[in-house]
Design a protein around this ligand. Structure first.
Ligand SMILES: [Zn+2]
Length: 71
């Protein structure tokens, strides 16, 4: 079951709510207002890996890569 973040339009409180679907009615836990809006959670698009992060590209075999070394 997804957890969504909501913000109360009345008191501005941000809270997380476990909702069965996106159309569920959510009330503010602080002021019991129903004027809440759903925020897009940060983990909404976190399915799958983020590409390949194993190769460092060519060069750098002798420590001479990059400008500005220690002098
Ligand atoms: Zn509130």
């Amino acid at each position: 079951m997804p957890i969504f973040e909501y913000q109360c339009a009345d008191c501005g409180a941000i809270f997380e709510e476990l909702v069965p679907n996106s159309e569920a009615k959510v009330t503010c836990p602080k002021c019991q207002s129903s004027e809440t809006k759903k925020l897009f959670s940060m983990f909404a698009s976190s399915s799958g890996s983020s590409g390949s992060a194993g190769s460092f590209g060519p060069g750098c075999s002798t420590g001479g890569c990059g400008s500005g070394g220690f002098s």
